[in-house]
Design a protein around this ligand. Sequence first.
Ligand SMILES: [Fe+2]
Ligand SMILES: [Fe+2]
Length: 240
Amino acid sequence: MSTEIDPKKIIAEVSGHDIDQWVRTAAFKPEVEEAGGSVLSQAFICENCNSSPNSYQSIRGHIHQELTGWLFFRKLGADCSRSNISLHGFARLWERSAAECLADFKWLEKYLIARGGRSKPTSIEATTFEWPDNPIEPVGPCKEAFFVEKKLLEDLERLCSLADKSGDAALTDAIQSRFMHKETRHVKSLGDLLRQVVRVSKQPGLGIYLLDRELRDSDGIVPWDCNNETLQRGDDPAEV
Ligand SMILES: [Fe+2]
Ligand SMILES: [Fe+2]
């Protein structure tokens, strides 16, 4: 005996549902998606960037941080391209950092949608940071850049523990596989850069030119970045 299906009935039943709610799993809780609107308006780029608030821990909070970081790195890159400064290797490094922030933002926005969330753009605070050009002083901006990168990593760590607490294994996996490894390496590489910049700045002039030339030769890739790769060639037992 065949069961009669009324197509109109099933169409009416499904079309009345919020499919995003069906896509969402129980672990994808509102606090994982967004920590609350007001926190997003807090200034991100500050003098003491190492004292970061806890409140950014949400996917939208991190999206906001990536966009603010994008604007900050774009500004550094533009400053380094000015004739007064003319540090084109550094300019490429900051342009790469900005492009990475933008790519991470796009990825997270897609991820949010894939989990049944929705995109809610927030205003980005304009950075007030300027690369000093009289005299050209690279330590301050490189320190600022280091802490911007570190704040991104710390925010991801908080997001990861929130995902753990919520039992959202999919989000934990997404953050770990996409971000944790590379951002840890970036923080170390920018820490190394800061040390090198301090080293060559003790006597102004030639040192920063040579460091910039190194960055120019590698098109803005920090030359020692691969040395900070935790998994070296041959370490993987599968390769032996
Ligand atoms: Fe990032
Ligand atoms: Fe990064």
